[in-house]
Write a protein that binds this ligand. Sequence first.
Ligand code: WT7
Length: 654
Amino acid sequence: MAEETLSNLLQEERTFAPSPEFAAQANGTQELYDQAAADREGFWADQARKYLTWDTDFTEVLDWSEAPVAKWFGGGTLNASVNCLDRHVEAGNGDRVALHFVGEPGDTKDFTYAELHEQVQRAANVLSGLGVVPGDRVAIYLPMIPEAVVAMLACARLGAPHSVVFGGFSADALRSRIADGEAKVVITADGGYRRGKPSALKPAVDDAVSGETTVEHVLVIKRTDSEVDWHEGRDLWWHEQLEAAEPEHIPESFDSEHPLFILYTSGTTGKPKGILHTTAGYLAQCAYTSHVVHDVHPESDVYWCTADIGWVTGHSYIVYGPMALGATQVMYEGTPDTPHQGRWWEIIADKKVSVFYTAPTAIRACMKWGEEFPNAHDLSSLRLLGSVGEPINPEAWMWYRRVIGGDRTPIVDTWWQTETGAIMASPLPGVTATRPGACQLAVPGIDLDVVDEAGNSVPDGSGGYLVARSPWPGMLRGIWGDLERYKETYWSRYKGLYFAGDGAKKDEDGNVWVLGRVDDVMNVSGHRLSTTEIESALVSHPKVAEAAVVGATDAMTGQAVVAFVILRSEALHEADEEGEGGELVTELRNHVAREIGPIAKPRQILVVAELPKTRSGKIMRRLLRDVAEKREVGDVTTLADSSVMDLIKEGLAT
Ligand code: WT7
């Protein structure tokens, strides 16, 4: 975020205190802060016992002796799927709707907790019939359909960590994630509906598991009824298998630290990191934050999180948090503007959604489409709004509050990461007077700070880096197969502090403002992308000699991918003949989409003759960002050849 925007942000002084009515019914209270401050570990022990059903109670809260790998709730055993299903059915809430599914074409179907419970038991029996045992990995590559929830909870029931791969990722991205996690089974679908038409998934799986692979079986869910290639012996129809399976499955009880899932996220190198989460601490923090931050009242709320199951938000705030509470939620398959730009608001009115959780990029898109769309629907059921994924600019926050929240609902801006597992910083909606644009403060039990280069806490009014000072239950337990990278990435910058990779400021009132990544990671529409990963994809194209990628500020998507490429001489010739090289640029953009996925497609590709490098050969992305954001180019004195920037600017001007 540019400095000038920053100082505007920090002058933001509007605050919105919770209404007495909201405060009176809120789950999150001031006492939580007091209790956590008095005894953090005791506080978490209380939450773990309050929110989870244990088969064996734990005997130790935190074991940090093998730091930075934490062990929470040692000696305890439980089953995550039992906590999300069985116990609600046993408590007499089996008839409560768990999911109001809304398909993009308009088909709808409700699933009660009892129905999901049965589906999950059948699916668990199918998987164990295929030889899946505790500890085996199962890859899940699905659209936003209820079976995605069933598949995840069936894996959890078996103690087989799932590795969900976002359905928008390419076959190559899927292949490398399957290979890294050594998945035994893949669960996919023929396709899903997107932007008014079926979008195939099975071909990417066929491609990803071709050749040498650890995958023994592919379970295929029928959603779009499209033609699929079939590999006898390997491929199995999900519906046939579930139908034939026993409806009952006796769950095993697992250790608190039993691996629950792996989820890949982009880092500063080309290779995505498999973030590892374990069972009890993660589930406890998800349930607790769903309860106190999203203020979910399972008996009366209709909750809707618009994230895809392929991202951590879908894991923590569609599956594990809300379902551990036994909440009723909406699950929507498609895009917000299909078939019209009022689709979300229509669904909110129709299902009487009361708690709504989405991303700033979506709010900005809705602002652009115009308030006539939300205004055409009755949104009076809403009582709380949430935001996640990137900084929300105060104007978008104000619009969200006024147009969607009727100037009435609190907004919780929640900061967290794939690595943190669950929400770390956010106002508590019944306690905190909210400030547009800031995630404000650590939730009770979490120990965050903003520190300077030396690791010292900065005073109010100053900026630095966001860190966690103490371990927390939902924290990652490592990077799959790479303990060293885990230590190096998060724990080497400051001794004993978790380095989140985000820049942050404290305002004069002590509120925390997260400003964005300080590493080579971009945030495009709330999705994390690695500059290096996109650079590797570009360089893998035969016409590209070298590439540098930067995240440039973008009014709609937060950041946008801008690539600078040096072509191989043969290709350069071709580009000249085509004039602007337009076709080549399209070819390169599509190449990136094929290699990684459409979300990684550069907004802009600029063909240049040279890249700015330091004497040690490091690309100075800061200068390229200046060009991409059409700013005066900054200090070039550390460049090996200071004329390079002039060359780039000249080249772009012609
Ligand atoms: C990165 C984590 C957490 C689920 C979605 C993204 C940015 C996230 C906020 C927020 C400012 C935010 C950070 C963080 N981020 N929430 N409320 N305000 N920035 O998960 O893909 O792991 O990305 O998203 O830069 O490090 P993720």
